[in-house]
Design a protein around this ligand. Structure first.
Ligand code: 23J
Ligand code: MN
Length: 258
């Protein structure tokens, strides 16, 4: 075995490395994004039991599940957005698997989001983070820690009023910096989508989706436990289901950290 893999196994077994689950539970109560009614809606998760040690299957339990590709903790592939529709290897079944693993850069803006639920990460905030923690490397997952996963009440998680949802995200310029100047794998967020709640009214609408997916980058939404990660030093593994021509998929996101 390679020394690296042997050390990984030994460090995990000894507890020198820890696996942190960045995934929310997936079930009927999972919050699903709501868009204005002029657009199509992603259905809530639903399920039926096929058998549970009963007449339909005396020795076995299994279910059927029905859900949108973008439900709960999930992966956004470049083909999800019109800007990424003609890129090579832009679907869940064709993205090279090496691109599902990368070092995590965790940007903590929890305090800012308490004061302003519409908080947008700006380039100056990224540069300030880099002044402390070092330059975001190519191939990194950039995770925006907002504290939003602590909002277990769906009304607080969506935080909507008559003007729509109020949840944090990225400015257009911040997404451009991360996608073009840093060449990251993608961004991850604690909110229901990788754009801010008000981003449907931005120019362009949903700028993070527009820019990231146009540049072949990915998204991870509805993450949790980001507060268990250091700003740098963890590795994130986020491999979507190999759905043929998939625009995204529910995903079990794991971090390996000291
Ligand atoms: C479709 C339209 C707008 C958004 C989204 C999907 C998502 O957030 C998503 O799950 O990709 S903002
Ligand atoms: Mn999505």
């Amino acid at each position: 075995m390679s020394a690296t893999l042997a050390a990984l196994v030994a460090d995990l077994a000894a507890g020198r490395l820890r696996v942190v689950d960045l995934t929310q539970p997936l079930g009927p109560a999972t919050p699903v994004i709501e868009l204005p009614p002029i657009f199509g809606a992603s259905p809530p998760y639903s399920e039926e039991v096929i058998s549970r040690y009963d007449a339909q299957g005396p020795g076995w339990y299994w279910k059927t599940i029905h859900l949108g590709e973008h439900t709960g903790t999930h992966f956004d592939a470049p083909v999800h957005w019109v800007t990424g529709k003609d890129l090579p290897n832009n679907t869940t079944d064709t993205i090279p698997v090496e691109r599902f693993i990368g070092p995590a850069c965790v940007i903590d803006v929890t305090a800012e989001c308490v004061l302003d639920p519409d908080y947008l990460l700006e380039p100056e905030h990224i540069l300030a983070w880099e002044a402390t923690h070092g330059r975001i490397p190519a191939g990194a997952w950039v995770l925006l820690q907002t504290g939003w996963s602590k909002r277990s009440d769906p009304a607080e998680f969506f935080n909507a009023d008559e003007n729509g949802p109020h949840t944090p995200g990225f400015s257009k310029a911040a997404s451009e910096l991360l996608a073009y100047e840093r060449d990251i794998l993608g961004v991850g967020v604690e909110t229901v989508g990788t754009d801010a709640g008000q981003a449907g009214g931005f120019d362009p609408p949903f700028p993070n989706h527009t820019i990231m997916h146009g540049a072949g980058k990915f998204g991870l939404a509805s993450l949790t436990n980001l507060d268990q990660l250091p700003p740098t030093g963890a590795i994130v593994i986020a491999a979507p289901l190999k759905i043929v021509d998939g625009s995204g998929s529910p995903v079990r996101v794991l971090a390996i950290t000291e």
